[in-house]
Design a protein around this ligand. Sequence first.
Ligand SMILES: Nc1ncnc2c1ncn2[C@@H]1O[C@H](COP(=O)(O)OP(=O)(O)OP(=O)(O)O)[C@@H](O)[C@H]1O
Length: 304
Amino acid sequence: MLPLDVQRLTKAYGSNTVLAGVDISLAAGEVLCVLGPNGAGKTTLILTLLGLVKADSGEIRLFGNQQQGITRSQALRQQLGVMMQIGSLSANLSVYEQCDLFSSYYAHGYSAAELVQLAGLESHAIQRFGNLSGGQKQRLLFALALAGKPKLLFLDEPTLGMDVEARQALWQQVKQLRQQGVAVVLTTHYLEEAEQLADSIAVLHQGRIVAKGSPEELKALMQYKVVRCRSRLTDAELALLPAVLQVSRKQQQITLHSRHAEQTVRALLDADQQVTDLEVRPVALEQAFLHLTQTPATQQEQAA
Ligand SMILES: Nc1ncnc2c1ncn2[C@@H]1O[C@H](COP(=O)(O)OP(=O)(O)OP(=O)(O)O)[C@@H](O)[C@H]1O
């Protein structure tokens, strides 16, 4: 039985469609990274999956059960872990008190002392949450998400504000959880984070999954080259050249994105012997991701 299975999920706030038919599924021991820029709908997706925001339509199954708002299902809650936002914890409780509180929610979870240790905050146990550094707060929030030894864990931008060392330590913990069979949904802005951790990556853009696959598959999808030239061919003719993904033009300067630059250039030279200023350049992965999430989502679907 899949820990998570989501079909055709939609959610709008007024006229703002935030989730526009999202399908995702997740097996035990699998890490799914939902990658997307600011405002892509990542937090809304997590809140909707948790039943904290009501979906407009679609189906969400958690361990085979139709999701009907987790607050109503104690049994289901015991299997879930959620890394909350910093603002959701009381600034006045100490690290130990927070751990004690979270530990009390679960029948078979970690003890307060174990959670303090998981957060690596033994020497800060009596410090108030409000006085921790940003990175320490994130570590505590991560440990609290594990309080009930969850089988399905939701991490919404877990490494935000962490330094490189803390980020790598958290990645290590996520990898260990995966080995233990925990299914993890992790949202992030960072392609590198997704590459490090994900079994599968879903790129969310304007509420749609515009690309989905293993890190290798996505890399292949995003590994295109830029061909620049001047040519008498029209945009429509250029778009029909083999392997061309996108055509843009600034005055006389034409830019083509090509999955296979050699094929494109060969056909371009056959079609127009007058081509000038021809130039082929690779694209960095980060840049390719930016491109993927800057093109309107519907246009990408047509291209896919
Ligand atoms: N409660 C709400 N009421 C109205 N609009 C909302 C609400 N929550 C989110 N939105 C809108 O939904 C869109 C998606 O927001 P969301 O927070 O899900 O994006 P995100 O991908 O998590 O962004 P970020 O990376 O900046 O956290 C945004 O346009 C946001 O303004």
